[in-house]
Design a protein around this ligand. Structure first.
Ligand code: PLP
Length: 237
C-alpha cells in the first residue's frame, strides 16, 4: 500500500491506535478515544487516504481552506470539527460547513453561531476553548471567565455545549504538559459540578502529536493529530 520509503496513513494510524490503547490502560480507562485528524495544509488526496484507513473525524482551522477542500472531497460519513480561531464575520459560513465547533472562545461568537445554526434548523455541538498558560496572543477564554461563558452558551438553544478544548504550550519533554491537561480536566469537572442546565462535560479535546499519550492519561476523549498521521507540514513562510 505505501509508496516507496513512506509509511501509509493506515500504518501510522494502526500504530497510533496501539499507543492510545496502552496510554488508556495505564490510566485504567476502557472508554474510546476519538482521533481527530488535524488536516490543515494536508491535500485532499491524503485526507481521502485517511478516510479510507478508517478515520471519520477531521479538524480544520480555517473556513476558506475547508470550503476549497470539500469541493474535492466526498467523505459521506466524515464529521468536520472547526479547531481554529473563528472570526465572528465567518460564523454563518462555519455553521454551514462544519459539524462541530471545538474552538468557541467568546460569547459574541457563540451568539453568531447560534443565530446561524438556528437559521439552518440545526443544533450545533460546541466545545469551549480555554486559554491555559501565559502565552499572549493565544485564543480561548481565561479559566476564571469560563463558568460565566458556559452559562451563557448553554442558554443558547441552537448550541449544544459538550465539553472543553485546549491548546497548551509546546513543551519538551511532553511530560511537562501534563499539568495543563490536568487543569483542563479539573475545570471540566468543576463546571459539571456547578450543575448548570444544558451544560454537559463529556468531551475533553486535548493532546496533539507530541503529547497525546499524556493527554489520554489525564482524561482526553479526543486527541487532535496532524504530524503523527500525515508527517511534517510544509514550513510556514
Ligand atoms: C495543527 C493542530 C493540531 C495538530 O498538531 P500536530 O502537532 O501536527 O499533531 C491540533 N490542534 C490544533 C488546534 C491544530 O491547529
Amino acid at each position: 500500500m505505501s509508496q516507496a520509503g513512506t509509511v501509509s496513513v493506515a500504518e501510522k494510524l494502526e500504530r497510533i491506535r496501539g499507543r492510545i490503547r496502552v496510554a488508556g490502560r495505564r490510566a485504567g480507562r476502557s472508554d474510546e478515544v476519538t482521533v481527530v485528524a488535524a488536516t490543515k495544509l494536508v491535500p485532499a488526496e491524503r485526507i481521502t487516504e485517511a478516510y479510507r484507513a478508517g478515520l471519520r473525524h477531521f479538524g480544520e482551522n480555517r473556513v476558506q481552506e475547508l470550503e476549497a477542500k470539500r469541493r474535492q472531497l466526498s467523505l459521506p460519513e466524515a464529521t468536520w470539527h472547526l479547531i481554529g480561531h473563528l472570526q465572528t464575520n465567518k460564523a454563518q459560513r462555519a455553521a454551514a460547513l462544519f459539524n462541530r465547533v471545538d474552538s468557541l472562545d467568546s460569547l459574541r461568537l457563540a451568539e453568531k453561531l447560534a443565530a446561524a445554526a438556528a437559521g439552518l434548523g440545526r443544533r450545533l455541538p460546541v466545545l469551549v476553548e480555554v486559554h491555559l498558560g501565559e502565552e499572549p496572543g493565544k485564543h480561548g477564554v481565561e479559566p476564571d471567565a469560563l463558568v460565566e461563558l458556559a452559562e451563557k452558551v448553554a442558554a443558547l438553544e441552537a448550541l449544544a455545549l459538550e465539553g472543553l478544548m485546549a491548546l497548551p504550550p509546546y513543551l519538551e519533554p511532553p511530560e511537562r504538559v501534563r499539568p495543563y491537561f490536568r487543569r483542563l480536566r479539573e475545570l471540566a469537572e468543576a463546571l459539571a459540578h456547578c450543575g448548570l442546565p444544558g451544560v454537559e462535560m463529556r468531551e475533553l479535546s486535548m493532546g496533539m502529536s507530541h503529547d497525546f499519550e499524556i493527554a489520554i492519561e489525564e482524561g482526553a476523549t479526543q486527541v487532535r493529530l496532524g504530524t503523527a498521521l500525515f508527517g511534517p507540514r510544509p514550513a510556514k513562510k
